[in-house]
Design a binder for this molecule. Structure first.
Ligand code: 5GP
Length: 130
């Protein structure tokens, strides 16, 4: 099912990319819960994570590891939290969020609205650690 993430993957809509391989893309969430909040998506159009094949599901989680390690190194956080929600965008994605407290991964909290410049700076910092 095509969604806004298909357009991001195709490069038709801009994003702040942090990492990519032939099957996956990692980019900054435009309205993060905490600065350094990254979305990891498979390039294949699938809505629900548990409709992925076992191999595709394992590959997606493997893809998150270097991204999470880079967030760990580049952001001031205790650790990186992972979450799967998917109620807004119908394309599988894993949220990676640098945590100072459990409140940083509270999805009912108001989101941030950083400038493009701040997002570009954070994306570069994360890329520099991959
Ligand atoms: P979920 O589907 O897991 O509930 O949330 C989707 C996430 O995608 C939200 O955190 C939202 O801020 C993010 N998001 C929605 N549209 C865009 C977009 O066009 N660009 C980027 N970078 N993130 C988006």
């Amino acid at each position: 099912m095509a969604s806004i993430f298909s357009k991001i993957i195709a490069g038709e809509i801009p994003c702040h990319r942090v990492y990519e391989d032939d099957k996956h893309l990692a980019f900054l969430d435009i309205n993060p819960l905490a600065m350094g909040h990254v979305l990891c998506v498979p390039k294949m159009e699938v809505d629900y994570m548990y409709d992925l094949t076992e191999d595709a599901l394992a590959d997606l989680w493997k893809f998150t590891k270097p991204v999470a390690k880079a967030i760990d190194k580049s952001m001031d956080c205790l650790r990186v939290g992972s979450a799967v929600i998917g109620l807004e965008v119908p394309h599988v994605h894993i949220h990676l969020i640098p945590l100072q407290s459990v409140e940083d991964i509270n999805f009912s909290r108001p989101k941030l609205n950083p400038s493009k410049e701040d997002l570009a700076d954070i994306a570069q910092r994360i890329r520099d650690h991959i």
